[in-house]
Design a protein around this ligand. Structure first.
Ligand code: NAP
Length: 456
C-alpha cells in the first residue's frame, strides 16, 4: 500500500488526490489543510456571486469523500504544526499543493497606509476567511472597515481579481444577500456609499490579463455603468487593428471599444477602466489613503511601457492593490524567490539540482499564480504520473500503518470530514436564522466550535 499526504485541499490538492486514487487501487491519500474547511481558493477566493464556479465544490467534495481519501483539516504543516520532516516519516510521499499564499507588493510609498489594502485582503474578508482582516488577525487596522466613508475606490491591476473586487464593490447588496457572503461583510456592503470605482492598469487595453467573460459581466450590473477613455484606447497601437490580435485580447478590445460612450447618466455607480497609468505613490491625507498618484506611460514597442514624467492623481478613500499573488517559502522545502515557486522537475521537488525522493508539488506553488481552476487538472496529472512512476521505490521505506494515530499521539487533533459536515450544518443554520441561504462562519472560534459538535 502506498500512503500519500497531500498538503492543501484546494483544486490542485483535490485533483492530485483524485488522480492518485483513480490510477492506483493501492494508494491511500490523506489531504491535510491548515484550515478546518476544505476547497482552498474555491471556498476562499472565488467571488460569492460566481455561483457556477463555486459549484465546483461538489466535484471536489466527491474526491474528498472517496473511500481511500481522508480530509484532515486544521493541521498546519511547518512552524507551529507538523514539521515537513515528520510528515515525510509518516507517509511514503508528500505532495505540496499549498498555492500562493500572499500578495505581490507594489513597492511604492504609502502602500501600507490605512485604507490601502491588497485585493486579497478584501477578497478574504468578503469570503469569510478566518485569517482575514477584521476576523481577528488584523482586527485593529480593519476596525476602520474597508468601506466606511468611501465614495471613490481605486483598484490597481487589470487581472481577474481586479475585476472580481470591482464587481463586488459595484453590486447591489440584494444580489449578494442570496450568496454565502458573511453577514458582517454583507451589512458593510449594503451600507456602502461608493459611487466611483477606477480600475487602473500600467499597460494598454490589449495587454490586460482579465478574461472577456469576466470583463463583459461588469456591464451587466444593475444601477452601474462602465466607461473607457477613447484616447487611452487609441494610445494602444494594437487597438488600431484588433483583428491581428490573438482571440482573447481581440475580444477584450472589442468589448472595451463598446464602452467609450460612458455610463448612463442615471447610473448609481460608475466603473472607469483606465490604461497607461503606472502607480508611483499612494497619497495620504490625515494619515489615511486619499488617492493614488500615477505616472502616464506610453508603449515602448516591445510589449512594455515607459514613463513620460507626466502625472495624474485619482482621489480615493479606498485603494485595492490587485497586482497578483505570490508563493511563500515552506519551512523545510527549497524555494525560488524570483518566481515564488518550489523548484521541480515534472512535479518532483528538486534540492540542489537533484530530485528529492518522496517530495512533490502541484498547483500554484509549482507553476506560479496563473491560469484558471481547470489549469490545475493537467498540472496535477503530471505530478501524479511522476509520483506513481516512483511508487515502487517509495514503498521500500516503512511508514506507520496509521499516520493519523501517530499524529494524534503527538497532540494533533484534526477536523475530520464529519467535523467539516458539522461546519456545513452550522452554516446552513446560521443562514436560516438570518432568513438567508447558507452563510459562512467567518472566524476560527465559530468554525472550530461547530466542528467540535461532531465529536460529541
Ligand atoms: P494577474 O492576472 O497576474 O493580473 C495582475 C495585474 O496586476 C496585471 O494587470 C499586471 O499588469 C498588474 N501588475 C502587476 N504588477 C504591477 C505593478 N507593480 N504596478 C501596476 N500593475 C501591476 O493576477 P490576478 O488578477 O491576481 O489573478 C491571478 C490568477 O487567478 C489569474 O490566472 C486569474 O485569471 C485567476 N483568476 C481567475 C478568475 C476567474 O476565472 N473568474 C477570478 C480570479 C482570478 P502587467 O500585465 O502590466 O504586469
Amino acid at each position: 500500500m502506498l500512503r500519500v499526504a497531500v498538503v492543501g485541499s484546494g483544486p490542485s490538492g483535490c485533483y492530485t488526490a483524485q488522480g492518485l486514487v483513480e490510477q492506483d487501487p493501492g494508494v491511500h491519500v490523506d489531504v491535510l489543510d491548515r484550515l478546518p474547511c476544505p476547497y482552498g481558493l474555491v471556498r476562499y477566493g472565488v467571488a460569492p456571486d460566481h455561483e457556477k464556479i463555486k459549484s465546483l465544490q461538489n466535484t471536489l467534495r466527491a474526491v474528498l469523500e472517496h473511500d481511500r481519501v481522508r480530509f484532515l483539516g486544521g493541521v498546519p504543516v511547518g512552524p507551529g504544526g507538523v514539521p515537513a520532516d515528520r510528515l515525510r516519516e509518516l507517509y511514503h510521499a508528500v505532495v505540496y499543493c499549498v498555492g500562493a499564499a500572499t500578495d505581490r507588493r507594489l513597492g511604492v510609498p504609502g502602500e501600507d497606509l490605512p485604507g490601502s489594502w491588497s485585493a486579497t485582503e478584501f477578497v478574504s474578508w468578503y469570503s469569510a476567511h478566518p485569517d482575514a482582516p477584521g476576523q481577528g488577525a488584523d482586527g485593529d487596522r480593519a476596525a476602520d472597515g474597508f468601506l466606511r466613508g468611501v465614495r471613490s475606490a481605486v483598484v490597481i491591476g487589470l487581472g481577474n481579481v481586479a475585476v472580481d473586487v470591482t464587481r463586488i464593490l459595484a453590486r447591489r447588496a440584494a444580489e449578494l444577500s442570496r450568496t454565502d457572503v458573511p453577514h458582517a461583510a454583507l451589512t458593510a456592503l449594503a451600507a456602502s456609499a461608493v459611487t466611483d470605482i477606477h480600475m487602473v492598469g500600467r499597460r494598454g487595453p490589449s495587454q490586460a490579463r482579465f478574461t472577456t467573460k469576466e470583463l463583459r459581466e461588469l456591464a451587466t450590473l444593475p444601477d452601474s455603468g462602465v466607461a473607457v477613455d477613447a484616447a487611452e484606447l487609441a494610445a494602444d497601437p494594437a487597438c488600431a487593428d484588433p483583428a491581428a490580435l490573438p482571440a482573447p485580447q481581440r475580444r477584450n478590445v472589442e468589448v472595451l471599444r463598446g464602452w467609450t460612450a460612458g455610463p448612463a447618466p442615471d447610473a448609481r455607480r460608475r466603473i472607469r477602466l483606465r490604461f497607461y497609468l503606472r502607480p508611483v505613490e499612494v497619497l495620504a491625507r490625515d494619515g489615511r489613503a486619499a488617492g493614488v498618484r500615477f505616472e502616464r506611460t506610453v508603449p515602448d514597442g516591445r510589449g512594455g511601457v515607459t514613463g513620460t514624467g507626466r502625472f495624474e492623481d485619482i482621489g480615493a478613500q479606498l485603494v485595492l492593490r490587485s497586482v497578483g499573488y505570490r508563493g511563500v517559502p515552506l519551512e523545510g522545502l527549497p524555494f525560488d524567490p524570483a518566481s515564488g515557486t518550489v523548484p521541480h522537475r515534472a512535479g518532483r521537488v528538486l534540492r540542489e539540482g537533484g530530485v528529492a525522493p518522496g517530495e512533490y508539488v502541484a498547483g500554484w506553488i509549482k507553476r506560479g499564480p496563473t491560469g484558471v481552476i481547470g489549469t490545475n487538472r493537467p498540472c496535477a496529472k503530471e505530478t501524479v504520473t511522476s509520483l506513481l512512476e516512483d511508487a515502487s521505490a517509495l514503498t521500500l521505506r516503512d511508514v506507520p500503518d496509521e499516520p493519523l494515530a501517530a499524529l494524534r499521539a503527538e497532540g494533533v487533533e484534526p477536523v475530520t470530514w464529519t467535523g467539516w459536515q458539522a461546519i456545513e450544518r452550522a452554516e446552513a443554520e446560521l443562514g436560516a436564522s438570518l432568513g438567508r441561504n447558507v452563510v459562512k462562519l467567518p472566524d476560527w472560534e465559530s468554525l472550530l466550535a461547530a466542528a467540535r459538535t461532531a465529536r460529541r
